[in-house]
Design a protein around this ligand. Structure first.
Ligand code: SF4
Ligand code: SF4
Ligand code: SF4
Length: 350
C-alpha cells in the first residue's frame, strides 16, 4: 500500500500522542539540532525532533538501542513496553539478524536483548542515499532490506510503498490502514521502486569499485604476520571500531551488588583492548596490537561466517568513520585478500 510521506511521520507521532497501537516509544533517525550535518542519529521521537527517515544509515547502529552499551541484566525488569524502531537501513537490519543468532539461541539467551527484540517492531527503510564509507554490496548485501524486517518502507515519489513480513509488521500496517487514508491498490512492489533499488545498488557498487575483492575470505587466515603488522601500524587499540560495529556483541559482566541487592551489569567489551580475555595471572592470548587487529578481521570474515552462516560485516562503514588512526576498513580487506600466502614481494631497487 502507499502512504504519503508526511502522513507516515504524522502517524508515528499519533502513535505516541493518541496511544494508537501498542507502541509506547518510537525510535527513529533524527537530525542533530543546530548542526548542519548529513548524518542522522537514532533517538526517541519527541515533539521537536526532526525525523530523517530517508537517506543512508545513522551514525550509531541499531545495536545501541537493543543491546545497550551498559545494561542491567540481573535482576532483569521484564515489564518493558512495546516500541517501534523506524528508519533502520538494510545494513543494520542484517546486523540484527546476526545478533539474534548470537544472543538468542539454544545455548544462550541474553534476557535484555531478547526482551528488546520481542517488544520492538522494526520498520526498515530503503536507502535513498549513501555515505562515502557505505559498502553493503561488497559484503553481499543491498541498500534495501530483503529479510529481517517486520515491515519495510520504500520511497515511491511523494509516497512510501509499505510491505509487511511478520505478524508484528502486519499489525503495524493494519493500524496504519485504520487510522490513515492510504492507497491500497498497490499490493506488489511497483516497478518504479524496483528501478530505484537497482539505481541505488549501482551507486554503491560504483563508489566501491576500487575496493572490489574476492569473497574467498578463508585466505585472510594465511596472510603472513608482517602484513598484519603493516596494516595495523596506525592502530592504537582503542576499540572504537568494535563499539560502533552493528554486529559486535562481546561483553563483560560486572557484579555491582551492594549488601543484599544482587546486581549484574553487562557492558561492551572489545577484542581490540589489551585487557580482553586477559586472565588473573596477567597472561593475554593476544598481547600485541597486530594480533588483536588480525583477530577482528578474522572474526568478521571467518569466525562469524562459520558460526552464523553469514559474514559478520554488513558493510556499514562505521568502523572507518570511527577510527582515530584513519584506517580504511575496505582497503585493509582488499590489501590482505590480494596478498599471496607467502607474503608480498619485496620492493625492488628504485
Ligand atoms: S571478537 Fe572482536 S570483532 Fe568479534 S564480536 Fe568480539 S569485539 Fe567484535
Ligand atoms: S566491520 Fe566495520 S563495516 Fe563491517 S559491519 Fe562492522 S562497523 Fe560496519
Ligand atoms: S578504531 Fe582504529 S585505532 Fe581503534 S582499535 Fe579499531 S582499528 Fe585500532
Amino acid at each position: 500500500m502507499l502512504i504519503p510521506l508526511d502522513e507516515l511521520v504524522n502517524f508515528l507521532r499519533r502513535c505516541l500522542n493518541e496511544h494508537i497501537g501498542p507502541y509506547r516509544e518510537v525510535y527513529l533517525p533524527v537530525m542533530p539540532s543546530g548542526q548542519d550535518s548529513p548524518h542522522s542519529t537514532l533517538a526517541p521521537l519527541r515533539e521537536k525532533t526532526c525525523p530523517a527517515l530517508d537517506g543512508h544509515r545513522t551514525i550509531d547502529p541499531a545495536k545501541i538501542l537493543v543491546y545497550g552499551a551498559r545494561e542491567r541484566v540481573a535482576p532483569f525488569d521484564r515489564e518493558s513496553l512495546p516500541a517501534l524502531l523506524a528508519g533502520v537501513k538494510a545494513c543494520d537490519v542484517k546486523a540484527l539478524e546476526i545478533l539474534d543468532r548470537a544472543l538468542i539461541n539454544e545455548d544462550f539467551v541474553d534476557p535484555a536483548y531478547k526482551s528488546w527484540r520481542d517488544r520492538t517492531t522494526v520498520l526498515s527503510f530503503d536507502c535513498t542515499d549513501t555515505a562515502p564509507t557505505c559498502h553493503c554490496t561488497l559484503a553481499g548485501g543491498k541498500p534495501y532490506a530483503e529479510t529481517g524486517f517486520d515491515a519495510n518502507a520504500a520511497r515511491f515519489g511523494g509516497h512510501y510503498f509499505l510491505s509487511a513480513a511478520t505478524d508484528k509488521g502486519r499489525t503495524l500496517l493494519d493500524l496504519i490502514r485504520k487510522h490513515v487514508r492510504v492507497d491500497t491498490t498497490h499490493d506488489r512492489i511497483p516497478a518504479a521502486v524496483e528501478a530505484r533499488r537497482a539505481e541505488m545498488t549501482a551507486k554503491v557498487e560504483s563508489q566501491n569499485a576500487e575496493f572490489a575483492r574476492s569473497a574467498e575470505y578463508g585466505r585472510l587466515r594465511s596472510s603472513p604476520p608482517e602484513v598484519w603488522k603493516e596494516e595495523s601500524r596506525e592502530c592504537v587499540g582503542c576499540g572504537a571500531c568494535t563499539h560502533i560495529c552493528p554486529t559486535c556483541y562481546c561483553l563483560i559482566l560486572n557484579d555491582e551488588s551492594q549488601a543484599a541487592n544482587f546486581v549484574k551489569v553487562r557492558s561492551y567489551d572489545s577484542c581490540q583492548l589489551h585487557g580482553y580475555a586477559r586472565v588473573a595471572s596477567g597472561a593475554s592470548p593476544r598481547p600485541r596490537v597486530d594480533e588483536r587487529f588480525r583477530h577482528r578481521y578474522l572474526c568478521k570474515f571467518v569466525f562469524m561466517k562459520k558460526e552464523f552462516g553469514s559474514l559478520g560485516c554488513t558493510g556499514c562503514g562505521r568502523c572507518t568513520e570511527a577510527c582515530p588512526g584513519g584506517i580504511e576498513f575496505r582497503s585493509v580487506v582488499r590489501h590482505l585478500m590480494e596478498t599471496p600466502p607467502g607474503g608480498r614481494p619485496a620492493a625492488g631497487p628504485a
